[in-house]
Design a protein around this ligand. Sequence first.
Ligand code: ZN
Length: 452
Amino acid sequence: MTVNKVRKTVSLLHSTLKDFPRHHLMMASAVGCCLLVLALYPVSDAEANRKIAESIEIPVATQPLPIAPEEIAPALSWTEQRVSSGDSLSTLFTRAKLTAIDVYQVSSSQDGKLLRNLYPGELFRFGLDNVGQLQELHHVQSKLVSRVFTREGKSYSSEQRVLEPDTLLNYREGVIKDSLYMSGLEADLPDKLIMELANIFAWDIDFVFDIRKEDSFSLLFEENFLEGEKLSVGDIVAATFTNRGKTYQAVRYTNDQGVTNYYTPEGLSMRKAFLRTPLDIFRISSGFNLKRKHPIHKKIKAHRGVDYAAPRGTPVYSAGDGKVIAAGYSKANGNYVFVQHGQTYITKYLHLNKKKVRKGQSVRQRQLIGTVGSTGYATGPHLHYEFLVNGVHRNPRTVKLPQANPIPKAELMAFQTTTQPMLRQLAQHGGTSTFAGSEAAADINSGTSSAN
Ligand SMILES: [Zn+2]
């Protein structure tokens, strides 16, 4: 019931961690150490990466200086000017007590034109020698990127310096109490990762209808650090989602073409030919609320689809690649769009507020084709969605979807070598927590009703 917060940061070098003794982890949790951080020192020494430092906390954030001036020119004295709205090179140089000649010498140098567009928040660092002459100018564009101008006679040469952040893995897990979104927040997951998690499993799990209390999730994801300060949250590396007692696993893999996707541990693509839920689930205001009632318009006979109650205007997507075979209006259907996918499949979208495609148009999976409305015979705004296989209506929520692009046999070895350490790591984390037995909590009925 409670959301387990387990925070562990581990090195990206999965291979080193896979042999990390599990009893250490257990001991650590036994002594009540709720923050177990396995971290690496910065990558200054490649060999140092081979070692795991145990129980090292991420250093407190410090203001990183992309270029340490004393390393470059110890004799210079330094001042800084932050770019504000309306600043130019002249105003910055004036504030730094430099002259129009200095401005001219820098701006007329070969890369001086790169200083024409300045953005608020950028930093200039001025390195002066002992007679007050500008020797070095650092244009710090971000924590990772800066350009260094160095005096050469009466002009300046320049070079760009780019710092590489350290990427570490972090772990989170949670158990659904009321909604995926709320449980994700309680597990301290940024919005971006909650959405990414749902998108990874969106082909297998209907996040509108199928989420149940005691469903659970766990994930390993990347975080980028620079000198101990967190710069950004990266992508999910591996994740599990247990829905109604069935556990789905996904792991990220970049194939030999350089294309990144999520796969099952066996190398089947998580991405299927059809979306399970053909609308933007994050725009449903109740946010997967399990107590939400879905208005099923039972009065309409031969109801052969699924109804997704959603606010008017919620984006509706094509469930798969295909061609629009009909887009029009009828008294019963309201605004509707039908999409043909190959020879076998047709999907239908009814009661749209607006149609966003025309008959004959090709559409891609997840392409916007309309918005949720209540046109035609509808009691309130909802998407009525139908899925036909060889002309026969099938339940969109349970129909077996065709598999898309598994890892080719020739690449399977490389796939497993890369992904298995990550999956092991994910499993090890899960094993150290006080995870409630969600397997036993299958199919708790929460008041949502089936819509066939
Ligand atoms: Zn309907």
